[in-house]
Design a protein around this ligand. Structure first.
Ligand code: RIB
Length: 302
């Protein structure tokens, strides 16, 4: 069975520089390479879900520039339904300025561009798409009112709702949390959401419990090489990460979310879906770039 996933979110062109280390404030540093790579948390998650077995539709906005055209063509080449991908006249597409260091860590600055034009009206226009979904996935690189609308509508339709709260600077409205089946932050996002330090398994469990107390049904905190922690009504469970040699962690979280959504949509249990997401993310960190690093189903052995 091929489940249906609808992703509502951002598309960015990633402008990626590799350097030995990340620059300090005020410093000019010589980079080693520069590449232009399709990215954006929404589009990355859509590509991951599509490559990993789901039928995917994306609701989002691109600018009427060369980046927008290329981002759209990339999604179409993955078999993603782009009928709800609006081209915004007179706007530039979203971009992300990324520096990756020798230890495979990154810093990212995003400029929203046309992602800032994604409105609830567009989602309303494609309500039939949401109605046909098994799983609806949102992130936070588009306007907050739009995310709020999407979560509420998906909840009203009884869909499985995933929110990857990225990027985030502070707590989320409790109505958002109440609409979400799976809240999937990484450690820094979990810290921002709760005000608690999150850097290991026990602090991730604590943050997960805090977020459940605020209304999230299940919280999965991703911790990179330390794996993931799920906090649900059953308590807290740790999922160890596969051991790999990372070269670039960009879009590892997106790969996890997209793979997890695809697995849930085709009827896997949440445990199977988490393990599947971890295997996909582990492969993605061994390769450079956002969308180019996302594996296909054959690479995960089905
Ligand atoms: O999560 C990685 C993504 O964050 C990049 O592709 C970049 O576009 C930013 O959105």
């Amino acid at each position: 069975m091929q489940g249906r996933v609808v992703v509502i979110g951002s598309l960015n062109m990633d402008l990626v520089t590799r350097a030995q280390r990340l620059p300090r404030a005020g410093e000019t540093l010589a980079g080693e390479s520069f590449t232009t790579v399709p990215g954006g948390k929404g589009a990355n998650q859509a590509v991951a879900a599509a490559r990993l077995g789901a039928e995917v539709a994306m609701i989002g906005c691109v600018g009427d520039d060369a980046y927008g055209q290329s981002l759209r063509e990339g999604l179409i080449a993955e078999g993603i339904d782009c009928r709800a991908l609006e081209v915004v006249a007179g706007m530039s597409s979203g971009v992300a300025l990324i520096v990756v260091d020798a230890a495979s860590q990154n810093t990212i600055v995003i400029v929203a561009g046309s992602n800032g034009c994604l409105s609830s009206r567009l989602i309303e226009r494609f309500d039939a798409m949401l109605q046909g979904a098994d799983v609806v996935v949102c992130q936070m690189e588009v306007p907050p009112d739009t995310v709020a609308f999407a979560l509420a509508r998906a909840r009203q339709l009884g869909k499985t709702v995933i929110l990857n709260p990225a990027p985030v600077n502070g707590p989320l409205p409790v109505e958002w949390l109440a609409s979400v089946d799976y809240l999937i932050p990484n450690e820094s996002e979990a810290a921002a959401l709760t005000g608690l330090p999150v850097d290991d398994l026990s602090s991730a469990q604590e943050a997960g419990r805090h977020l459940r107390g605020l209304g999230a049904a299940r919280v999965i905190v991703t911790l990179g090489a330390q794996g993931a922690v799920m906090v649900s009504a059953r308590g807290s469970e740790h999922f160890a990460a596969p051991v790999v040699q990372a070269v670039d962690t960009t879009a590892a979280g997106d790969t996890f979310v997209g793979a997890f959504a695809a697995a849930l949509a085709r009827g896997c249990t949440e445990h199977e879906s988490i393990l599947f997401g971890q295997r996909a993310a582990a492969i993605s960190v061994t390769r450079a770039g956002a969308q180019p690093s996302i594996p296909r189903l054959e690479e995960l052995g089905g």
